[in-house]
Design a protein around this ligand. Structure first.
Ligand SMILES: *Cc1c(COP(=O)(O)O)cnc(C)c1O
Length: 352
C-alpha cells in the first residue's frame, strides 16, 4: 500500500496555532501594560536575565537594586558576572529608596533594577531622572505588579524593560512557569527576541549567544483565558485589603502596621504584608488555627550566603533588615470571604 498524500518537510500550519497563542498574549500583555512591545519568555527570572543581556551587562558591571526582594532580582545580575549593588529601602513602601541610589553610582554602574514589591510600584520619577542623568538603563522587576500604576502609568511601561512572571503565585498565574518582557524601544525588543531563541536570525544563523527562553504555547493559551478575569481578581484583592483595614481598625491594633498605599498608585495587592514587632507570636496563633501565612523575605539578599563575597554585613542596610525581621504576609487572594478575614484578624489580635 503506498501512501498517496503529499508529505511536507514541515507543516507550518500545524505549527502556527501555538505560535499564535504566544503572539496573541504578547500583544495583549503589552496593551494591558501600556507598553509598545511584549516578548513572551520562560519565567520572570529569565525575563530579568534576558533584559540584562539585551542591554549588554558585562562582567565587572554594576547594577543597583534592592535587597528586599525575591532572589531572582539579585541572582540574575550575578549570573552575568556583574555585581548587584544593594541599596536600602523606603520603610513605608518597602521599595527601593531613590535617595540611596544616587550615592551608590560609580563609573561601573550600568543599570538600575527597581522592584515593584507586593504589587505597589517603586517611586519611578526620581529613578528615571537619576537614570537619565547618569545614562543608565532601568529594568523594572514587575513580577508582582501586573496592572499596578504610578501616576497613571502602568508597571512595565516606564523603564527600558518590564519583567513579569506568570508563576502560579502571581496575580496572573499560568499552569506552571512563564514570563513576559515589555519594552518601549524597538531595538531593545528585537535584542530580547533574538536572545530568547538562541540569538538565531534567521534560523541556524546565530548573531549572539542566547538560550531557549521561549514561552510555552500551552501556558500562553491558559494565560489568555485568565487575563480576561485579571481586573476582577485585582478588584477582589483591593476589596479584601479594604476589609482588612476596617477589621484591624475596629480592633484598634495600633501596634500592627498595615500596608501603606502611597498617593497616585494603583496597588494590585500581590501580597498583603503587615509589620509587627511580635511576629513569632502572631505566626504561632495563625499556625494554631491553620491559617496560611508567609515571610517574604526572611533574609535580605545582601546577607545571603552566596553574596558573602560582596562584603555586606548585618547592619549594612538597616531598613531592609528590619523589614525582613518584622513583616508577615496574610492571605489576600480574591476568593477570601469576610468571615475568613475576620478569623484571620482574630488570630493576629490574639497575639496581643
Ligand atoms: C516571582 C518573582 C520573580 C521571578 O519570577 P519566576 O517566574 O518565578 O522566575 C522575580 N522577581 C520578583 C520580585 C518575583 O516576585
Amino acid at each position: 500500500m503506498s501512501y498517496t498524500q503529499p508529505i511536507p518537510l514541515l507543516d507550518l500550519k500545524a505549527q502556527y496555532a501555538p505560535i499564535r497563542e504566544v503572539e496573541g498574549l504578547e500583544r495583549e500583555i503589552a496593551a494591558y501594560s501600556a507598553a509598545a512591545y511584549g516578548i513572551g519568555v520562560t519565567s520572570g527570572t529569565d525575563a530579568l536575565l534576558i533584559a540584562l543581556m539585551a542591554v549588554d551587562i558585562q562582567p565587572g558591571d554594576e547594577v543597583i537594586t534592592t535587597p528586599y526582594t525575591f532572589f531572582a532580582t539579585g541572582g540574575s545580575i550575578h549570573r552575568l558576572g556583574a555585581a548587584p549593588v544593594f541599596v536600602d529601602i523606603d520603610p513605608v513602601s518597602y521599595n527601593i529608596d531613590p535617595a540611596a541610589i544616587e550615592a551608590a553610582i560609580t563609573p561601573r554602574t550600568r543599570a538600575i533594577m527597581p522592584v515593584h514589591l507586593y504589587g505597589q510600584m517603586a517611586d519611578m520619577d526620581p529613578i528615571m531622572d537619576i537614570a537619565a542623568r547618569h545614562n543608565l538603563y532601568v529594568i523594572e522587576d514587575a513580577a508582582q505588579a501586573i496592572g499596578a500604576e504610578y501616576k497613571g502609568r502602568r508597571a512595565g511601561s516606564i523603564g527600558h524593560f518590564g519583567c513579569f512572571s506568570f508563576f502560579p503565585s502571581k496575580n496572573l498565574g499560568g499552569f506552571g512557569d512563564g514570563g513576559m518582557m515589555t519594552a518601549q524601544d524597538e531595538k531593545l525588543a528585537h535584542a530580547a527576541r533574538l536572545l530568547r531563541n538562541h540569538g538565531a536570525e534567521p534560523k541556524y544563523y546565530h548573531k549572539v549567544v542566547g538560550g531557549n527562553f521561549r514561552l510555552d504555547a500551552l501556558q500562553a493559551a491558559v494565560l489568555r483565558v485568565k487575563l480576561a478575569y485579571l481586573d476582577g481578581w485585582t478588584a477582589g484583592r483591593q476589596r479584601n485589603a479594604a476589609r482588612y483595614r476596617a477589621l484591624f481598625a475596629a480592633r484598634g491594633l495600633a501596634e500592627i502596621t498595615l500596608p501603606t498605599e502611597l498617593p497616585e498608585r494603583r496597588h494590585i495587592y500581590n501580597q498583603f504584608v503587615i509589620r509587627t514587632a511580635r511576629r513569632a507570636a502572631v505566626m504561632a496563633e495563625l499556625k494554631a488555627r491553620n491559617i496560611g501565612h508567609e515571610i517574604y523575605y526572611p533574609v535580605p539578599l545582601h546577607l545571603q550566603e552566596c553574596f558573602a563575597g560582596l562584603g555586606y554585613r548585618a547592619g549594612s542596610l538597616p531598613e531592609s533588615e528590619r523589614a525582613a525581621n518584622e513583616t508577615l504576609a496574610l492571605p489576600i487572594y480574591p476568593e477570601l470571604t469576610e468571615e475568613m478575614q475576620a478569623a484571620i484578624v482574630d488570630a493576629v489580635a490574639a497575639a496581643y
